[in-house]
Design a binder for this molecule. Structure first.
Ligand SMILES: C[S@@+](CC[C@H](N)C(=O)[O-])C[C@H]1O[C@@H](n2cnc3c(N)ncnc32)[C@H](O)[C@@H]1O
Length: 260
């Protein structure tokens, strides 16, 4: 499980270009922009509908998700795992609520791991499989319930980016109870959610559980890193594409892996 060789070319720009070709085949820029506006209004104002799966319904919203949020989440998760020093020693990354596979792929590329993605959306499962193939990563994705996941065989990690907040309260409780077993098993866990706290009523309880297990919470505000095609779409939809931000919970899994 070596780290990726530092001289290896970054596969991210070519993945973003391929995403553009894949999702712009049948949709115009204006249609994707409208999809992104609808999606961001769901995330910001109508969270209840997101829990019901409305975010990934319809070609425009799907393309917008793949072209805007996927690359943004990839860059954010990559920056987080690098900053946390969590870039080595993994065989598998289990990505819960994988969407297009961005978060799991970003972490797996840093540590030459395979990805197992789980999502309730069949469309998302197909997109994750495509992402893994495109990035030449081992692994696959399957349809399933993130809350029913079991801990992967170590050395491994679980990432869930912008997905725990889509679970209902019971499902979140079940998932947290599974994750409580991760430190003893040597499984790393990274949870990423938006900076805005308004919808994260559960965050403090999760942060306390992670802290009690020796984990940490952080807030991240990163510079203007989005590729121009992604930033242009964000600007056109009225989003602030200048910064990438998020909050995270991290449990390093093993005492000697903790960042100093
Ligand atoms: C905002 S997207 C984030 C996707 C991806 N993790 C990322 O960072 O780009 C949330 C994802 O969680 C999935 N999801 C929501 N509830 C789920 C559940 N109970 N089980 C599995 N996936 C779920 C949705 O289908 C969607 O793909």
């Amino acid at each position: 499980m070596p780290e990726r060789a530092p001289e290896a070319a970054d596969p991210f720009p070519a993945w973003v270009d391929a995403l553009q070709r894949r999702h712009r085949q049948t949709l115009t820029f204006a249609e994707v922009r409208k999809g992104l506006q609808a999606l961001s209004s769901l995330y910001v104002e109508r969270r209840q509908k997101v829990t019901g799966g409305a975010a990934l319904e319809g070609a425009g919203k799907r393309a917008a998700f793949a072209l805007y949020y996927g690359p943004a989440h990839f860059l954010l998760v990559r920056a987080i795992v690098r900053a946390l020093g969590a870039t080595s020693g993994l065989r598998t990354v289990l990505d819960l609520g994988c969407g297009t596979g961005a978060a799991g792929a970003a972490w797996a590329l840093e540590t030459c791991a395979a990805v197992d993605g789980i999502d309730r959306s069949g469309w998302a499962v197909e997109e994750t499989r495509w992402t893994l193939a495109r990035l030449r990563l081992r692994g696959t994705a399957k349809k399933g319930d993130a809350a029913a996941a079991t801990l992967p065989v170590p050395p491994s990690a679980i990432v869930s980016a912008f997905a725990v907040n889509e679970l209902d309260a019971d499902a979140r409780t079940r998932l947290l109870s599974t994750l409580r077993g991760a430190p003893a098993r040597g499984v790393r866990v990274l949870i990423v959610e938006p900076l805005a706290r308004r919808a994260l009523t559960w965050w403090d309880q999760w942060a306390a559980a992670f802290a009690a297990a020796g984990g940490r919470q952080d807030e991240w505000r990163l510079g203007p890193e989005l590729p121009e095609s992604v930033a242009e779409l964000g600007r056109a939809a009225g989003l602030d594409a200048r910064t990438l931000g998020g909050r995270s919970l991290f449990e390093p899994g093993k005492e000697d892996d903790r960042p100093r």
